[in-house]
Design a protein around this ligand. Structure first.
Ligand SMILES: Cc1cc2nc3c(=O)[nH]c(=O)nc-3n(C[C@H](O)[C@H](O)[C@H](O)COP(=O)(O)OP(=O)(O)OC[C@H]3O[C@@H](n4cnc5c(N)ncnc54)[C@H](O)[C@@H]3O)c2cc1C
Length: 482
């Protein structure tokens, strides 16, 4: 019997548990999965519910289009029958080319799937001690235990301390991540706002647009943002202040220049409004009912009263009714290039794995993706151990052999893991999926394609998906379908 403990039922923890359970069923492995989740007993500063896989900020998992790096990652994860992606598809709300979800429905589907899985035992407690027997898992008598830490960017302080002991305290890094507010649809003045998607992507009325028609109105808002009162940070937080560029508070973007916002999240492009707005704030549907919307790109650390005051200056939001305010929090992550092997286990303790944002990937989809990598690595180790001990090749009904290859770094998921485990440790920062991670390995064909960004991206996407299909998909995902 193999005992696998997973800490954290977030995006990564639930995906890992689900994938492990599927492999256990497909190969009839004797695996018991213990999944710890501390909420609701112990709360985090950003989660609001007791559900598993709660999305703490935006309700979007990113673009589904193959010409985007995130789109490739989503398609790759679909090939692995990802719990997170399949649940997102089942709880999708209209959002142009983005895979956006009804956050409650999404988390409820995942919570239900995990709760009824016979391989998974749920333990709703804070996990505080890394047990000595897992630390000794390499000793002869204890090869059958694995620990996966998927406790996320807001890992509880008790567990953080424990991890620091394990890594000699020197390699914990941090940055700040912020969430944007959610408001009621009925508080939006639709005499001023209009429905449209940029460049007509998706259904034409996927977003609600709040247009600043005059420069004066926009600059008044920009100045109000700058002078608004921000929530106090702890002293230690001030010292370590470093934002994640992809999720910077709107007031910090505004500090970079008076026009930075209107060339960023407020860019007035791709909308066929004959009055040609000077800047546009977009609102994205947040639940299936269409009764809630979030303000795109408005992650913030303003005090709650100030959020209400300043965001009410946005045209059409004069009666703004915020049901969930924006917040900012310090996130932790490991210096993975020094600490983790390419399968995301600790170099010093190979039976202890990390999954999710704590490894230094950033984003819901990326975090869940690492769960697939960890599950594949553990199952592959279990399968080779069984083979070694019994000299039999396990085959399932499809004839798939007991081999699970590591993902190629030419796939987006493989490239992400390759990056977090081999980047320069001195400059290591959280990373989203992006084209720069996949080495195009230029030959004549690619040189030509490189001139056209879109063609090049399509080419890389096709290659990444072909690799997954040929290798991992045929060897593993296909057998699971059996
Ligand atoms: C303020 C904020 C805003 C963000 N905005 C975005 C965004 O807009 N888009 C985006 O893609 N990503 C965003 N992120 C990042 C996002 O949270 C992660 O990408 C994603 O949730 C990480 O998944 P995970 O599974 O690693 O962690 P989580 O989803 O956070 O899951 C970790 C789980 O572990 C549990 N846990 C922690 N410690 C313990 C313990 N000791 N014992 C038991 N359980 C424990 C937690 O309760 C939690 O349920 C944001 C993060 C923060 C903090």
């Amino acid at each position: 019997m193999y005992e696998i403990t997973i800490v954290g039922a977030g995006l990564a923890g639930t995906e890992t548990a689900f994938q492990l359970a599927k492999f256990a069923k497909a190969y009839d492995l004797s695996i018991r999965i213990k999944l710890y989740e501390m909420r609701p007993k112990v709360k985090t500063p950003a989660h609001h519910t007791d559900n598993f896989a709660e999305l703490v900020c935006s309700n979007s998992l990113g673009s589904e289009f193959l010409t985007t790096a995130r789109g490739v990652l989503i398609q790759e994860m679909k090939l692995f029958d990802s719990l997170i992606i399949n649940s997102a598809l089942k709880s999708k709300v209209p959002a142009g080319q983005a895979l956006a979800v009804d956050r409650d429905k999404f988390a409820e589907i995942i919570s239900e799937v995990i709760s009824v899985n016979p391989y998974i035992e749920l333990i709703r407690e804070e996990f505080v001690n890394i047990p000595a027997d897992v630390l000794e898992a390499n000793s002869e008598y204890n090869k059958n235990k694995f620990l996966i830490i998927a406790s996320g960017p807001l890992t509880s302080p008790n567990l953080s301390e424990e991890i620091q002991k394990l890594t000699q305290g020197k390699d914990f890094l941090n940055f700040f991540d912020a969430a944007s507010p959610i408001l009621t649809a009925e508080s939006i003045n639709m005499d001023i706002a209009f429905k449209a998607s940029r460049y007509g992507k998706g259904e034409t009325d996927d977003y609600i647009n709040c247009p600043f028609y005059s420069a004066d109105e926009y600059y008044r808002f920009q100045e109000a943002l700058l002078s608004a009162e921000r929530a106090e940070l702890q002293d230690f937080e001030k010292e370590n202040m470093r934002y994640f560029e992809g999720c910077m508070p709107v007031e910090a973007i505004a500090e970079r220049g008076k026009d930075t916002l209107r060339f960023g999240p407020l860019k007035p492009v791709g909308l066929t409004d004959p009055r040609q707005p000077y800047a546009v704030v977009q609102l994205r549907q947040d639940n299936v009912l269409g009764s809630l919307y979030n303000i795109v790109g408005f992650q913030t650390n303003l005090k709650w009263g100030e959020q209400k005051r300043v965001f009410s200056m946005i045209p059409a939001l004069e009666n703004l009714d915020i049901v969930r305010y924006g917040v900012m929090h310090q996130n932790i992550f490991l210096n993975s290039p020094t600490l983790l092997s390419e399968n995301l286990s600790l170099k010093t303790h190979p039976n202890i794995y990390f999954a999710g944002q704590i490894t230094g990937v950033e984003g819901y989809t990326e975090s869940a993706g690492t769960g697939i990598v960890v599950a594949r690595s553990i199952v592959s180790r279990i399968l080779s151990e069984i083979k070694l001990n019994t000299a039999i090749d396990l085959e399932n009904d499809n004839g798939a052999k007991n081999e699970i290859a590591p993902l190629s770094p030419l796939t987006m998921l493989g490239a992400l893991v390759n990056y977090v485990t081999s980047a320069d440790p001195k400059r290591f920062q959280p990373i989203n999926s992006n084209w720069g991670l996949i080495n195009p390995n230029p030959d004549e064909l690619e040189k030509k394609l490189r001139k056209d960004k879109r063609l090049k991206n399509e080419f890389l996407a096709e290659r990444a998906l072909a690799l997954i299909r040929e290798d991992a998909f045929t060897k593993t995902a296909a057998m699971i379908d059996a």
